[in-house]
Design a protein around this ligand. Structure first.
Ligand SMILES: Nc1ncnc2c1ncn2[C@@H]1O[C@H](COP(=O)(O)OP(=O)(O)OP(=O)(O)O)[C@@H](O)[C@H]1O
Length: 700
């Protein structure tokens, strides 16, 4: 098989695309010769994809991941720039770097995405697709199961021969032969079962990587305005994957694989013991029926225990994240109260599941013993009547034990696990149903440039469960404009900015950029054009450098420090012995509020988008740093760059030539800076804060 056959699914996973298991239409190396530079084109033709585009020049950071071909390395996935001259690549053998040279050809491939194309997929389908794409190994595992089960019959037949032929005649030569035979059979059985377990474990790990990558990418693609309010709860929903995985890789899954062999065993009992087969024939369906009833009985409780468990985890994340606020306000008792109530709720639903499970265990074990007694009693009558030999009876009892044994030991646990896995799948379905950035059915346009004004037409937006937060019939922001949005607390400034950024989709109306509907433009193209700095710029775990360059190609430390000097960030870097390698812990702890904001601003300058949307960027900055940063922004944007600034600070209005005033989600004033200030002055006396920054109050 060509590397491409393996690389394409890797590429698809990196892009959060779920390929069909038969995406390549059975095309292998032998038929297509996919190894050469031309292999990708042949593959695309065969799979009926749009022709791959070979990129010219240096690929931009936003274009990654791409496929790359070099004469020396063959095919690989180009993941991102490592530095100015090297690119990080992934091959079947792992990660590596390659130098940037002219021999490398980069290809942008448009992969079909059944997930986005069609209706919302179900979580279980994602698992099935991953499982079915491994038909070969599953086939071998099934074969191992068949052979192992047939060999298992050997022990019962051994007992039969010993009782019928060896003991009555004292024939020890036969005993040795039989014993050696059965020991060999058992050794093969042991080897096959171990190999089967290893194979399934390995495949389960691969399936797990594939599926969890899909769900992680999918959870990241959820539109910001559609995210459920509880981050911790959503995280727990995603953790449900682990329950499904635990079920897949647990030994109890073999129960399902072995179940069909129950029929084979029944046939063997019928062949040896004749009418005795009635006993397992009656007991087996009863056991299955009981199992089904048991699964049905715990269904509601596992669902509810799962929901409460997710909320419990949500509370845990929230309490740890907001420890400062909780402690400062002596809120620990309140949090503890909520925690205990949720624990009670979890126990309330989990306890019946445990009770049912132990009851099922007891019932199954009693049933097995009753079945054993019934076989021996019925068998004794048959032996006495001469219809069955002693050995036959013992063989039948052993085989019947093999049918019922796994049910007794594993079924109750399996059903509970299945109950939780099923609830987890439902929770994952909930995540899959959330709208994504590049929604299904919309065409992703990829214009080279997004020139032209940004327009809002009849835009209405409301957060879930609220009335219209934003109602803007018309707003146009022309290229090169420097605009400020001001207004009282909660007047909708940040929400409007996120709508302009394309992070939120309006429920009514359209946001157009350069005449194109923002919802139809590929998200990465929009992100490249519009830089957005949120009010609360969060840092992620890693180093300061990682955070500064998040989503950007590394332009080299010289360039980073040059920009850092302009923004005033360099002083902070210089003050720390580890400089750009300063470790940042989860949630951006380790930096002050102002330093975090400055990191965001410096990153914005490094990204250098033509349009910058800044939400109260300098609320935490001192006067000198604020001036330095805005000087750098002004210089970088120049005449042609656009800036939209949300602020409460009146002195920043000197930086803009147009001001929009918001109140209650509506634009109540829009004009040149001097006009708006003049009109506001008599109505809104500026409040002066400690640092001397005048603040606007809301206009009615
Ligand atoms: N995630 C959310 N879910 C529900 N309602 C929200 C959410 N975020 C904001 N709101 C509500 O939307 C309204 C506008 O909020 P927004 O953050 O846009 O105001 P703002 O003008 O930026 O305020 P501030 O000056 O305090 O930053 C507020 O009434 C707020 O309660």
């Amino acid at each position: 098989m060509s590397g491409l056959i393996h690389l394409i699914p890797m590429l698809a996973r990196q892009r959060g695309i779920d390929l069909d298991p038969d995406w390549h239409g059975g095309l292998g190396d032998e038929e297509g010769g996919l190894d050469g530079r031309d292999g990708l084109r042949r593959l695309a033709t065969h799979a009926r994809w749009p022709a791959p585009r070979a990129l010219t020049g240096r690929p931009k950071a936003e274009a990654f991941p791409l496929l790359v071909y070099t004469t020396a390395l063959g095919w690989a996935i180009a993941e991102q720039w490592e530095n100015a001259d090297e690119i990080r690549i992934a091959t079947e053998r792992g990660s590596a770097t390659m130098g940037w040279d002219d021999d490398a050809t980069f290809f942008a491939v448009e992969l079909p995405d059944p997930v986005r194309r069609g209706a919302t997929p179900r979580a279980v389908d994602i698992f099935w697709r991953a499982i079915l794409s491994r038909k070969g190994v599953l086939g071998s595992a099934a074969l191992a199961t068949v052979v192992a089960n047939i060999i298992a019959l050997a022990t019962s037949l051994y007992s039969m021969q010993v009782y019928d032929r060896v003991i009555p005649r004292g024939n020890f030569a036969t005993l040795w032969v039989l014993t050696v035979g059965v020991v060999v059979a058992l050794a093969i059985d042991f080897a096959l079962r171990s190999v089967r377990a290893l194979m399934i474990e390995r495949e389960a790990a691969l399936i797990d990587t594939e599926v969890s990558e899909f769900f992680f990418a999918r959870s990241q693609a959820v539109r910001l305005d559609a995210r459920p309010p509880g981050v911790g709860t959503m995280a727990s929903q995603l953790r449900g994957l682990e329950q499904v995985r635990a079920l897949m890789s647990s030994g109890s899954l073999f129960l399902v694989a072995d179940l069909p062999f129950a029929l084979l065993f029944l046939l063997v009992i019928a062949a040896i013991g004749g009418a005795i087969v009635i006993v397992p024939l009656v007991a087996f369906p009863i056991a299955l029926l009981l199992g089904w009833l048991f699964a049905w009985a715990i269904k509601n409780d596992t669902d509810k225990a799962q929901v409460s468990g997710n909320r419990k985890n949500g509370l845990l994340v929230e309490s740890l994240d907001s420890a400062e606020t909780v402690k400062a306000n002596r809120g620990q008792w309140q949090m503890l109260g909520r925690w205990n109530r949720l624990m009670d709720e979890v126990h309330h639903y989990e306890d019946p599941v445990k009770r049912w499970s132990s009851m099922a265990g007891t019932i199954f074990s009693s049933m097995q013993q009753i079945a054993y007694v019934a076989i021996i009693a019925f068998g004794a009558v048959e032996v006495a009547a001469g219809n069955l030999t002693m050995g036959g009876l013992i063989a039948c009892a052993i085989i019947a034990g093999r049918v019922n044994g796994p049910l007794v030991t594993m079924l109750p646990g399996f059903i509970v696990q299945w109950g939780y896995a099923r609830s987890s799948l439902q929770a994952l379905d909930g995540v899959l149903a959330l709208p994504m950035d590049d929604a299904a059915g919309t065409i992703s346009l990829r214009p080279e440039r997004l020139n032209g004004p940004l327009r809002l037409e009849g835009v209405k937006f409301a957060y879930p469960g609220t009335r219209d937060t934003i109602d803007v019939p018309r707003l146009e922001i022309r290229d090169g404009e420097k605009l400020a949005i001001i207004g009282g607390v909660g007047s909708g400034k940040s929400t409007l900015l996120r709508l302009i950024a394309g992070l939120y989709a309006p429920q009514d109306g359209r946001v157009l950029i350069g005449g194109l509907d923002m919802g139809q433009i590929a998200t990465d193209v929009v992100r490249r054009h519009i830089g957005y700095l949120p009010q609360d710029f969060r840092l992620v775990n890693g180093t300061l450098r990682d955070n500064l360059l998040l989503g950007l190609s590394n332009p080299g430390d010289d360039r980073v420090m040059e920009v850092a000097r302009q923004s005033g960030f360099a002083r902070m870097v210089a003050a720390h012995p580890r400089g750009l390698d300063l470790p940042i812990s989860e949630g951006g702890r380790g930096l002050s509020g102002g330093q975090r904001a400055l990191t965001g601003l410096t990153r914005m300058l490094l990204a250098g988008p033509p349009m910058m949307l800044l939400d109260e960027p300098s609320a935490n900055l001192d006067q000198a740093t604020e001036s330095a940063v805005f000087e750098a922004i002004k210089e970088q944007l120049g005449e042609r760059g656009t800036m939209v600034l949300v602020t409460h600070k009146l002195q920043l209005l000197a930086l803009v030539d147009r001001v929009v005033v918001m109140a209650g989600g509506r634009i109540v004033l829009d004009g040149t800076t001097s006009d708006v200030i003049a009109r506001l002055a008599p109505q809104a006396p500026a409040q002066v804060e400690g640092d001397g920054a005048p603040q606007l109050t809301e206009q009615g």
